[in-house]
Design a protein around this ligand. Structure first.
Ligand code: 2YJ
Length: 268
């Protein structure tokens, strides 16, 4: 699991709203629509919740500590969705207390292993892994003309997110293949009922790609077809600069926004 760095996200407070618009233009889905789609709610339900819900983000110092601008970035994403949101001054348990005392309904917090949105009014939880996997599969489906039924898709990387994406893709009727450079994953992939790809050359057979690897810059332009569509939650991004150029407008990747938006839908 990749830990974000402050250098990567230091501008996110200023860029979160623009990315929301870009996503909408490119895929037809913005943060709110993603949150609604993966939680099977209407966009109106999300909009109504925005009128009454108060959201707190609590910085967490445990493990490797806080990441500078992490909490502010999370707040910026939630604010873009139209919600009233604040970052607590206190951290950890004291921060949770502050959030409660200030009337928060949902508390966002992340340590090194888990990133959640906890609804303290109805006890629902939005888990970042689940929201990220579901959100990106939804975006891929959307880019694929809203239909993945029977489509040959490939999942790159069979870690937590890759495995979840494979399950969501299969749920949508896609034919799922998996590539992971770690061949010890083969047994699990076969047990889960997916096709194991021996080597990355076969990626050229696939138009629909879910990239959940955490190694940047290995997917070169000659490894992917011209009309490929890629949903890439993996950090850092696998696509090389040339591959990004070749697939401009045909891949979706961000560091925090899509997952954070989806979590809100799941927590409402
Ligand atoms: O509050 C803070 O500033 C930090 N404790 C945030 C830590 C964020 N955590 C991560 O980036 C971990 N990789 C866990 C993310 C799980 C999402 N899949």
């Amino acid at each position: 699991m990749t830990r974000l760095t402050s250098e990567w996200i230091c501008e996110m407070e200023n860029t979160a709203a623009l990315w929301d618009k870009t996503l909408l233009k490119q895929t037809g889905l913005d943060y709110r629509k993603i949150a609604a789609a993966i939680s099977r709610k209407s966009e109106n339900e999300i909009l109504q919740a925005a009128e009454t819900y108060r959201i707190a983000v609590v910085p967490i110092t445990s493990g490797l500590g806080t990441i500078s601008s992490f909490s502010e970035s999370v707040a910026a994403i939630i604010r873009t969705m139209g919600f009233d949101v604040f970052v607590t001054e206190a951290t950890d348990v004291n921060g949770v207390y502050e959030a409660y005392a200030e009337g928060a309904d949902i508390i966002y917090m992340a340590d090194d292993d888990r990133y959640i949105a906890l609804n303290i009014k109805n006890c629902k939880i939005g888990d970042n892994n689940e929201a990220t996997a579901a959100g990106y599969v939804k975006l891929l489906e959307r880019m694929a003309g809203n239909n993945l039924e029977g489509k040959d898709t490939v999942v790159l990387g069979y870690g937590i997110i890759g495995r979840m994406m494979a399950a969501y893709l299969a749920e949508k009727g896609a034919k799922v293949s998996v590539y992971d450079k770690d061949i010890s994953k083969k047994t699990l992939v076969s047990e889960d009922g997916y096709l194991w790809l021996k080597n990355a050359d076969s990626l050229l057979d696939y138009k629909f790609i879910a990239d959940a690897t955490s190694e940047g810059g290995w997917l070169t332009e000659d490894m992917v077809v011209e009309d490929a569509l890629i949903a890439a939650p993996g950090i850092p991004l696998s696509l090389t600069l040339k591959a990004q150029e070749k697939l401009k407008g045909r891949y979706v990747h961000d560091l925090l926004e899509i997952g954070t938006a989806g979590m809100l839908g799941l927590a409402l």
